[in-house]
Design a protein around this ligand. Structure first.
Ligand code: SF4
Length: 224
């Protein structure tokens, strides 16, 4: 079970979350104007593969691997044309390479058989691809301009708890709270803002509250 940050949100009294969410988004958007997905991709297939490979590893690591990978594997067929061990070797550095290879090949097979060789647009169709769970489908849909929910990763979970936007621990329940709270037009950028704030300022072990624009009146977990 990941560490919980719910207790920290009892430090300070702040306005109800519905009143804070917009100013939080605005201040984070000013601070992290460059906040966007860190994965590098040039088309929907590369986006899908990058997100699938990013499970349990860093985006930097995935980018390092996909720089070579996407030169060799350009179409869904290419992932099926090589022996399984070759694809395993090519994605080895992203970890969990056996499972990821199985998921990639299963996904490519289905894309070819059911979706005419194109990554499906619909969220529910994405969920039918082997190894594609809600988080992956959320990221892919959002990056294609059609967010269906809010991506919850470790940073989004921690910051949502510290900001008292949720009292939940489970990512699915956290997402349910966030989609009720965050205006729909912000569903795509909201997780990027939290992720970048979590990497640069609201660090897990040592949040830099003295540098944080949310410390004054917007964050109940503030240490200043
Ligand atoms: S860094 Fe900002 S968001 Fe994180 S706990 Fe401190 S004040 Fe809150």
């Amino acid at each position: 079970m990941a560490k919980s940050y719910l207790a920290e949100a009892r430090r300070k009294k702040v306005a109800p979350k519905k009143e804070r969410v917009r100013p939080v988004i605005e201040r984070l958007a000013e601070l992290h104007a460059d906040a966007k997905i860190a994965l590098r991709f040039a088309n929907p297939l590369e986006l899908l593969v990058s997100v699938m490979l990013s499970a349990q590893t860093t985006d930097v690591n995935v980018n390092r691997v996909t720089e070579q990978l996407f030169r060799k594997y350009r179409r869904p067929e290419d992932y099926l044309a090589v022996p399984q061990q070759e694809l395993e070797r090519d994605i080895f550095a992203t970890g969990f390479y056996r499972q990821k290879t199985k998921s990639l090949r299963g996904t490519m097979q289905r894309i070819l058989e059911v979706y005419g060789g194109e990554v499906p647009e619909a969220f529910d169709d994405l969920l039918t691809l082997p190894g594609v769970a809600r988080k992956t489908a959320n990221v892919v849909s959002a990056e294609r301009g059609n967010p269906q929910g809010i991506v919850v990763d470790t940073h989004v979970r921690r910051l949502s708890q510290r900001l008292a936007f949720t009292r939940q621990e489970d990512p699915v329940k956290i997402e349910r709270d966030l989609v009720r709270l965050v205006p729909r037009e912000d569903w795509r950028r909201f997780p990027h803002l939290l992720i970048w704030h979590g990497r640069r300022v609201c660090i897990a072990r040592r949040p830099l509250c003295e540098e944080c624009p949310l410390a004054a009146g917007l964050c109940p977990s503030s240490r200043v």
